[in-house]
Design a protein around this ligand. Structure first.
Ligand SMILES: NC(=O)c1ccc[n+]([C@@H]2O[C@H](COP(=O)([O-])OP(=O)(O)OC[C@H]3O[C@@H](n4cnc5c(N)ncnc54)[C@H](OP(=O)(O)O)[C@@H]3O)[C@@H](O)[C@H]2O)c1
Length: 340
């Protein structure tokens, strides 16, 4: 982020009516309410991005009632820079509102060299959490996740690290991400036995990636675990932005973006165009319909979106104005998604 001061001299005052419109859903069988739309900082908040824009997005999000901000140790690039930049925004703008925020971070992917810099050992998870807290400038995060299942570390060890984080007061809740249904059931059992129930699971879920429908959502419902779905817009594919090409400022065009040009295929475009027509008839943008579609299942607590512009964020939050679907609309969407 070039200009890291954000240089606005006027002190930020959050919108007084920020809690009036947002919908809050209970996270599984816990007491915690999360906003139906949460903001993730995977892209757009690294040192390669514009700090001012990131800061404006976070402030606008809070004004719109978004209380949940999701991070991970490796978000950037470079890894760690999204936490650092979010720490600056917290310090500059949101310090007085810490108790109104749910801030999460994760450890699981590569962060430092040697045998202790990734996966699921106690050594790695607890060291990484300490590093994250330093970068964020916080004493604790609200949710600490195991970012991915580790086949080589006993699950008891990984879960005991989450429990230790909570017992040490460095996290309030424990979560898991990208765990398969059977791994999730086992993790939930271990965490329950340890006295730190699993609050939340963070899987990928969108119209274009429906793996959670094959058992995970059933496990989450049975165990009383909430579900926060990442990349609900398939990184931007489920919007109208790629219909006529690849815009210069889009994720698919950026060298640091995880969405690759090759993923914007003709077959994808054809489906997106057909979905876009249904969205138009509903009086919504495709992005809004894609978010409403994920939220149609009551087991979903919140959609975890990304945004590179304030306008996108505003448009996405407005998805909450129309969350209901007629059976006929759902059937038409189903037909499009199943077409080749
Ligand atoms: N647990 C995990 O393993 C994992 C993995 C991935 C992500 N996540 C979490 O999920 C969060 C969201 O992931 P994501 O960023 O892939 O989510 P996404 O909501 O599917 O994609 C966000 C991107 O779509 C574009 N976009 C958003 N709203 C738009 C709109 N209204 N119109 C046009 N384009 C729009 C923007 O990209 P442009 O740059 O093209 O404008 C934006 O950055 C991450 O920040 C992270 O917190 C977790």
């Amino acid at each position: 982020m070039g200009n890291t001061s954000g240089s606005s001299k006027v002190k930020y005052k959050p919108a007084e009516k920020r809690y009036q419109k947002m919908k809050y859903n209970r996270c599984g069988r816990s007491g915690l309410l999360l906003p139906a739309v949460s903001l993730g900082l995977w892209h757009n908040f690294g040192n390669v991005d514009d700090f001012k824009t990131g800061r404006a997005i976070v402030r606008r999000a809070f004004d719109l009632g978004i209380t949940h901000f999701d991070l991970a140790n490796n978000y950037g690039p470079p890894p760690g820079s999204a936490e650092k930049n979010f720490g600056k925004i917290l310090k500059q703008d949101l310090k007085a509102y810490r108790d109104e925020l749910i801030i999460s971070t994760k450890a699981g992917y590569l962060m430092w060299p040697g045998p202790y810099g990734e996966w699921g050992t106690r050594k790695y998870l607890l060291a990484s959490l300490d590093q994250s807290l330093k970068r964020l400038g916080l004493d604790y995060v609200d949710i600490f996740y195991s970012h991915r299942f580790d086949l080589k570390t006993p699950l008891d060890e990984t879960m005991s690290a989450l429990e230790s984080a909570v017992k040490q007061g460095k996290a309030i809740y424990a979560g898991i991400s990208n765990y398969k249904p059977e791994q999730t059931a086992e993790a939930a059992k271990i965490l329950r036995q340890l006295g730190t129930p699993c609050l939340i699971h963070q899987p990928r879920y969108s119209m274009f990636d429906r793996w959670v429908e094959g058992g995970l959502l059933d496990v989450l419902e049975k165990e009383g675990i909430g579900c926060i779905c990442f990349s609900p817009l398939a990184q931007g594919l489920l919007t109208d932005k790629y219909l006529k090409g690849i815009p210069k400022d889009s994720r698919a065009a950026k060298p640091t973006g995880f969405l690759k040009r090759e993923q914007v295929t003709e077959a994808v475009r054809k489906k997106v165009a057909a979905l876009n027509e249904i969205a138009k008839k509903r009086g919504q943008s495709l992005a809004q319909m894609a978010l409403a579609w994920v939220l149609r299942d009551k087991r979903i607590t919140t959609v975890l979106i990304g945004a590179s512009k304030v306008k996108q964020l505003e448009q996405n939050v407005a998805a909450l104005d129309n969350l209901s679907f007629a059976d006929e609309e759902l059937n038409r969407i189903e037909t499009i998604l199943k077409s080749s």
